[in-house]
Design a protein around this ligand. Structure first.
Ligand code: UD1
Length: 469
C-alpha cells in the first residue's frame, strides 16, 4: 500500500488538542517531520498514521435494487463491552464488520479476554478467566463508546478504570449523567489525567432520575446495576432500539431487566452473569441512510434485513416529501419517482427523528423543492458538515440549533471532507446526487460505522471508487 503522509500528535499532549506535526513517509514508513500545525478537533488518536483514503463518486446514477443492512453499530458497541461481565463465553451474531467493532475486540483482548471470529459477523468472547479492570488510552482511544467498559467493569469487579472517550466530534459530549448514576449506585468516581476511575465496596440498587434522556447513560447505568444488590430504577430512560437490544442480551446472560424500551427501566440485581448466544438487531441508521439514498437518486431500492418499526419517523418524513414507502415484514421498499417536497425535521430521542440521520436528511432537503427547516435538539454543534455541503452548492443558513435549507435542482461535484461518521454518509448521499465527480476525504470516519460502504452502493448502481492517495 502506498503511504505518504501521517499525522503525529506528541504523546504528552491531551487528546484532540494542541500541536501536531505532518510527517512525510516513504514506502518503508520512514518518516521525516515537514511542518507543525495546530491539530483540528476532528483529528483522531495520537501517534496514529492515517492513510488518506478517499472516495470518488461519479454522481447522478439512479440507485435500483436490493441492499441488506448490517447489524447495528450502536448496539454492537454496547453489547461487546457487556460480554466481559459474563463468567463464560458469549457468541455474538450479526455484528457489523466495521472499525468500531474491531477496536472494541482489540480492547477486550488487551483487557485479557479472548475474541475469536467464527465468520466475518460472528464473534466469540471468552472472559471466563476474568479480565483486567483498567482500559488505558492506548486501548480505547478510537471509540467514544468505550465508556461502556466503565459500567461493565464496575458491575463485574466493583472497580473500573477507563480512559476518557474518543470518537466523533460534534459539540460537547459529556458523560456526567453516567458518572452521576454510578455514584447513585454507591461508587466513588474520580476523574484524573484523562482517566475515569470508579470503585465501590458494594453497589446498591437505587432510584435514578435522568435529567436528560441519554442513550449512553441509560445503558451504562443498566450495565453496572445488573450486578448491584437490590432493585435499580432508571426514570426518563432512553428508549432507543439499542437500549432494548443491550437489555435483551443482558437478560439472556442471566440479568433481570424489565421495561427497556419504555421510559422506566427496572433492574433486579443478580450475583453472576453467564455467557449467551445473541443476534444483534439491524442498524436503524444504516437502513435510514440507504432509504435516503434511494430518495435522493430518484431510485427504487428494497432495504432488507431491517425492523420497519424502527424506521417509522423517517418513513413518515419521506412520505411527507413525496417518496413512496412500502413496508414489508423485514424490509422497506423506497421509490422516488415524483418531485420531492421540502419538509421540516426536528431531531429527538427515539421514537423521534434520530439525530444520526440529520446530516443525511439535510443532503436530501438540499435538492427538494422549497425551503426546509431542521431543528437539532440533541447535539449542540451538529452542523459542522454544512460547510462541506455548501461546497456542493447547498443553500443553507444556520442560526443556533436551526438550519434553513433552500432546495436547488441538483448538487455539483466538488472535493469535500467527512467531518464525522454521519456527516461522511451525508457527503456520499450528496455526491450520489451531484452532477460530475465528488471526492470525499477522511473516509476513515465513514468506515467506523458503515460496512462495505462503496460495495453496497455500487451494487445498487452507484459509481464509487476508493483510492488511498
Ligand atoms: C448515542 C449514539 C450517538 C447518537 C446519540 C443520540 C452510541 C454509541 N452513540 O450517543 O450516535 O447521536 O446517542 O441519539 O450509541 N448528555 C449529557 N450528559 C451525559 C450524557 C449525555 O448532558 O452524561 C447529553 C449530550 O450532550 C447530548 C444528549 O445528552 O446532548 C444525548 O446524548 P446521549 O444520548 O448520551 O448520546 P450518546 O449515548 O453519547
Amino acid at each position: 500500500m502506498k503511504f505518504d503522509v501521517c499525522i503525529f500528535v506528541p504523546k504528552e499532549q491531551p487528546y484532540n488538542r494542541g500541536m501536531a506535526s505532518v510527517l512525510q513517509c516513504d514506502t518503508k514508513r520512514k518518516a521525516k517531520k515537514t511542518m507543525d500545525f495546530e491539530i483540528p478537533r476532528r483529528f483522531f488518536g495520537r501517534n496514529e498514521c492515517c492513510i488518506m483514503e478517499k472516495l470518488i463518486i461519479q454522481g447522478r446514477r439512479r440507485l435500483v435494487g436490493e441492499v441488506t443492512i448490517s447489524g447495528a453499530k450502536n448496539a454492537a458497541v454496547a453489547v461487546i463491552p457487556a460480554a466481559i461481565m459474563a463468567e463464560g463465553t458469549s457468541t455474538l451474531e450479526n455484528l457489523p464488520a466495521i472499525e468500531d467493532v474491531r477496536s472494541l475486540c482489540h480492547t477486550i483482548e488487551k483487557l485479557g479476554g479472548i475474541c475469536t471470529y467464527t465468520d466475518e459477523h460472528t464473534l466469540k468472547i471468552d472472559c471466563s478467566n476474568g479480565t483486567k479492570h483498567c482500559a488505558t488510552f492506548e486501548e480505547v482511544q478510537k471509540i467514544r463508546a468505550s465508556y461502556y467498559f466503565l459500567g461493565a467493569l464496575l458491575g463485574r469487579y466493583k472497580k473500573a478504570e477507563v480512559a476518557l472517550p474518543g470518537g466523533c466530534n460534534f459539540g460537547v459530549r459529556p458523560i456526567d449523567l453516567h458518572l452521576k448514576g454510578f455514584r447513585a449506585l454507591g461508587a466513588t468516581v474520580e476523574e484524573c489525567d484523562g482517566m475515569v476511575r470508579a470503585y465501590a465496596e458494594r453497589l446498591i440498587g437505587t432510584s435514578i432520575y435522568m435529567d436528560q434522556v441519554s442513550v449512553g447513560a441509560t445503558i451504562n447505568i443498566m450495565l453496572a446495576a445488573c450486578m448491584a444488590e437490590g432493585i435499580t430504577t432508571i426514570e426518563n430512560a432512553a428508549k432507543e432500539p439499542h437500549v432494548v437490544d443491550t437489555a435483551n442480551y443482558l437478560n439472556m446472560m442471566g440479568a433481570n431487566i424489565k421495561g427497556a424500551g419504555t421510559d422506566v427501566i427496572r433492574i433486579y440485581g443478580v450475583e453472576k452473569l453467564h455467557g449467551a448466544q445473541y443476534t444483534i438487531i439491524p442498524d436503524q441508521i444504516e437502513a435510514g441512510t440507504y432509504m435516503i439514498a434511494a430518495a435522493i437518486t430518484g431510485g427504487d431500492v428494497l432495504v432488507r434485513n431491517i425492523i420497519p418499526k424502527h424506521m417509522d419517523s423517517l418513513s413518515a418524513k419521506l412520505d411527507e416529501m413525496n417518496v413512496t414507502i412500502e413496508e414489508h415484514d423485514d424490509s422497506i421498499r423506497v421509490t422516488a419517482n415524483k418531485p420531492l417536497q421540502c419538509a421540516n425535521v426536528k431531531t429527538m430521542s427515539y421514537p423521534g427523528f434520530p439525530t444520526d440521520l440529520q446530516p443525511q436528511i439535510a443532503a436530501l432537503l438540499g435538492v427538494c423543492k422549497g425551503k426546509s427547516v431542521i431543528t437539532e435538539n440533541v447535539w449542540e454543534n451538529r452542523y459542522q458538515y454544512m460547510d462541506e455541503l455548501r461546497k456542493l452548492g447547498a443553500q443553507v443558513e444556520i442560526d443556533g440549533r436551526q438550519a434553513w435549507i433552500t432546495g436547488i435542482p441538483h448538487f455539483v461535484g466538488s472535493c469535500v471532507c467527512a467531518t464525522d461518521l454521519r456527516a461522511g454518509a451525508a457527503m456520499i448521499l450528496a455526491g450520489l446526487a451531484a452532477e460530475g465527480e465528488t471526492i470525499i476525504e477522511n473516509v476513515k470516519y465513514i468506515d467506523r460505522g458503515y460496512e462495505n460502504v462503496e460495495h453496497k452502493f455500487n451494487a445498487l448502481g452507484a459509481d464509487i471508487t476508493r483510492v488511498d492517495e
